[in-house]
Design a protein around this ligand. Structure first.
Ligand code: HEC
Length: 141
């Protein structure tokens, strides 16, 4: 009697376990593939795309630089970009704007503006351009 009970019990347990296992595999094998959603394309900013921060400034830079230079205009930043990629490349290539810290840039701008014989307004445009780029520099670049 006892033996029979034990056997039927173990059979029941076995069935339960196997049942459970089957259920599990069933659920894991049922992978529902949902229809691909139409994901809106998020434009990648120039600041993210650029490796060295030398690119034509846009509205993103014009807005960001306002914190430091409230009177800066996109036109001025564009003029600075022209100087950076023009006059500033007379002796060397375009140096990375990202690599130099905001603390060090003013010293380099002073030095290099003299070497380039920039006018006061040219130096101002260049300074605003460099700081506009620094203001949108992505973390880790
Ligand atoms: C008359 C030549 C000359 C001109 C024009 C010139 N540079 Fe330089 N610049 C140098 C020399 C020389 C060095 C040091 C050697 C090097 O890094 O190539 C240098 C270095 C630099 C560096 C690296 C500094 C550092 O500490 O790593 C930066 C950034 C730079 N210049 C930016 C500019 C900018 C911006 C302008 C335009 C306003 C400019 N340069 C125009 C000659 C010049």
């Amino acid at each position: 009697m006892n033996f029979f009970r034990l056997t039927s019990l173990s059979i029941a347990v076995c069935m339960m376990v196997s049942c459970h296992t089957t259920k599990k595999t069933e659920t894991t094998s049922k992978v529902t593939i949902s229809k691909p959603e139409v994901i809106e394309e998020i434009p990648v900013s120039e600041a993210v795309k650029s490796k060295n921060g030398v690119f034509a400034p846009g509205q993103e830079q014009a807005t960001a630089v306002k914190e430091k230079y409230p009177d800066a205009t996109l036109q001025q930043l564009t003029e600075g970009y022209g100087i950076y990629t023009g006059t500033c490349t007379n002796c060397h290539g375009t140096k990375s704007i990202y690599r130099i810290s905001e603390v060090n840039w003013p010293y380099i701008i002073d030095d290099m503006s003299m070497r380039s014989r920039l006018t006061a307004s040219q130096k101002e445009a260049l300074t605003k351009y460099i700081f506009a780029i620094k203001a949108t520099q992505p973390v880790g670049k």
